[in-house]
Design a protein around this ligand. Structure first.
Ligand code: NAP
Length: 498
């Protein structure tokens, strides 16, 4: 495991405001908060508006006042703004990707890759805005013109997590705008700079004032008043199950439309006939890329007992060989986790599992040498012989931690894979088409892969989970229109001839 020292801190520290009613402005209180690099806490990235209820009110007012005009703007004009924003962001992808890496801690390749994905998402929804919307139906009366149209909800809130700080905001905001909604955007407090960069691209692309409003600040001071504001008709939230659960109650009480994308405990099943090298490389990537901090990360390797010793031995070697260090360095494979709290929580869970007798095969500890003590580095961690009913087998740790669960064949593998409250993504490694089809039928997951990692997702297809991983809605692809619009059914009859 290499240990590239984090780079020297940059000195050009800026203060970023909210974007409300077409203006960048400080929080009304004037308060700010700091954002620091998780790979090196000496690297101060910026100061951001620590907003409060009064800023949320101003943002929702701006969004409400412009809702009618935006809804009446042609879909083609809305699409053109998204295309232009995509071009602006594409031209800045290397710089923004670098900022993403400094702010979130994933590797530079992943940071630039995620920014490029945000560009692709903006383009996809610019195209989607121009697709047919609504349907024409036959009527009982042959002269009646009977059809549906999809109309925007009005003002929507997008509340996003830190782990995909530009792609997730893009995949909520782009469809919201494309289909004619106005938006108040509350990003994660750990990654506000990416939110500023996405908002800048959309603003510079010509979005009218008030159509998109960015408010940075804490969950309590910004998120809570935002979701309780009766003018906010729809709430699209990605984050933890705990917060998602609280939002269900708030939205139900005031009748808001709610979309939740939550956690996962994603299995990769490896059958005895799998291509070993393919399975190993996808399981390692699925579990450890982005430091295991993907909702779709692999956290359980469910392996046929006939293969499990050989598989686990090679998995251990590959995980121990991962290069952990400054994510801005080209040869780094794994960066830090997002925060001190996350590092302590993850190593605490590892200590509990070890105390309970689960075999720790790799990692499990903080890394402090070669400058890594200035960041939140956790060694990639592997447990063998995990009890599927234990905490380690059931709960999302959201870090670089993988557990191997031995099973006897496909039926037991699917039963174990399904015996958790989550159902986001799942993989199977096999050469047997019949087994692949049985897995696709039997697995309880919204995103299913055969012979590829659990974390792959493309923007043109629906994304979301089953069971506790979502609220039965889907994001991205054509599915996005479902959440961000509502249906109007139209009957048109002609008066009798006079
Ligand atoms: P989080 O703590 O739930 O926060 C998510 C967002 O909600 C942040 O912007 C947060 O603000 C805000 N928030 C927190 N409490 C709130 C409240 N009471 N009212 C309104 N807003 C509130 O989640 P996270 O730690 O950022 O993200 C990690 C989780 O997200 C994991 O469970 C992961 O699996 C899940 N995730 C799911 C998907 C998916 O598509 N299924 C994708 C990515 C991540 P602050 O930042 O200011 O606290």
């Amino acid at each position: 495991m290499s240990a590239a020292a984090p780079a020297a801190p940059a000195t050009d520290v800026q203060t970023h405001g909210n974007y409300i009613a077409g203006e960048w402005r400080p929080a009304k209180s004037g308060a700010t908060f700091e954002n620091r690099n998780p790979a090196n806490v000496d690297d101060l990235i910026g100061h951001f508006a620590a907003s409060g209820q009064e800023d949320v009110e101003a943002a929702v007012t701006a969004a409400a006042e412009t809702a009618e005009a935006w809804r009446n703007t042609s879909a083609i004009a809305r699409a053109n703004i998204l295309f232009k924003a995509a071009d602006l962001l594409a031209a800045r992808a290397n710089d923004v990707g670098r900022e993403l890496t400094r702010e979130e801690g994933k590797t530079l390749k992943e940071g630039v890759g995620e920014t490029t994905r945000a560009v692709q998402i903006l383009r996809y929804f610019a195209g989607e805005a121009q697709q047919p919307s609504g349907e024409h139906y036959p009527s009982i009366n042959p002269l009646t013109l009977l059809y549906t149209v999809r109309e925007p909800l009005g003002v929507v809130a997008t509340i996003t997590p830190w782990n995909f700080p530009i792609a997730i905001p893009a995949w909520k905001i782009a469809p919201a705008l494309a289909f004619g909604n106005t938006v108040v955007f509350k990003p994660a407090s750990l990654t506000p700079l990416c939110a500023v960069r996405l908002t800048e691209a959309l603003a510079e692309a010509g979005l009218p004032a008030g159509v998109l409003n960015l408010v940075t600040g804490s969950a309590g001071a910004v998120g809570d008043p935002l979701v309780r504001d009766h003018r906010v008709v729809g709430i699209s939230f990605t984050g933890s199950n705990a917060v998602g659960g609280a939002l269900r109650t708030i939205a139900a009480e005031r009748g808001a439309k709610l979309q939740l994308e939550l956690g996962g405990k994603n299995p990769a099943i490896v059958l005895a006939d799998a291509d070993l090298d393919q399975a190993l490389s996808h399981v390692v990537n699925g579990a450890m890329m982005s430091t295991g901090q993907k909702c779709t990360a692999t956290s359980r390797a469910i392996v046929d007992r006939r293969l499990v010793d050989q598989f686990t031995e090679q998995l251990t070697d590959r995980i121990k060989a991962l290069r952990v260090g400054d994510p801005l360095q080209a040869d780094t494979q794994i960066g830090p986790v997002i925060s001190e709290d996350a590092a302590e929580r993850i190593t605490g869970e590892v200590a509990d599992a070890t105390k309970a007798g689960v075999p720790l095969l790799a990692g499990g500890h903080r890394l402090g040498d070669n400058g890594r003590g200035r960041g939140y580095f956790v060694a990639p961690t592997l447990f063998g012989n995990v009890d599927p009913t234990s905490r380690l087998g059931q709960e999302e740790l959201f870090g670089p931690v993988l557990g191997v669960i031995p099973v006897d064949g496909l039926d037991e593998a699917i039963a174990v894979a399904n015996a958790v409250r989550f159902g986001l993504s799942a993989s199977l490694f096999t050469r047997d088409l019949g087994k692949a089809l049985a897995f696709v039928r039997g697995i309880q997951a919204g995103i299913v892969h055969v012979n590829s990692e659990t974390a792959g997702a493309e923007p043109q297809v629906p994304f979301g989970g089953m069971k506790g991983s979502s609220s039965y809605s889907r994001e991205q692809g054509k599915a996005a229109r479902e959440f961000f619009t509502q249906t109007k059914t139209v009957y048109i009859d002609v008066p009798p001839a006079s």
